[in-house]
Design a protein. Structure first.
Length: 65
């Protein structure tokens, strides 16, 4: 994933770029797309689930402080 693409995705999902990159490196999100429709769909699904979970955790942290 190019740095520009990662930055755009992070911006659209309202998550810090550094956290997106770290999640990709840890394997939480597929970092490379092989080109098949199934792989792309799975990668996008994992990305959306990760972002949703991250934002839910952030909301929980903000309400407990």
């Amino acid at each position: 994933m190019s740095e520009i693409a990662a930055g755009r995705i992070a911006h659209l999902l309202h998550v810090p770029l550094s956290e997106l990159v770290a999640a990709i490196r840890r394997g939480e999100i597929a970092g490379r797309v092989q080109g098949s429709t199934a792989t792309v769909t799975e990668s996008v699904s994992r990305l959306l689930v990760w972002a949703s979970n991250r934002r839910s955790d952030e909301i929980t942290d903000n309400t407990t402080n």
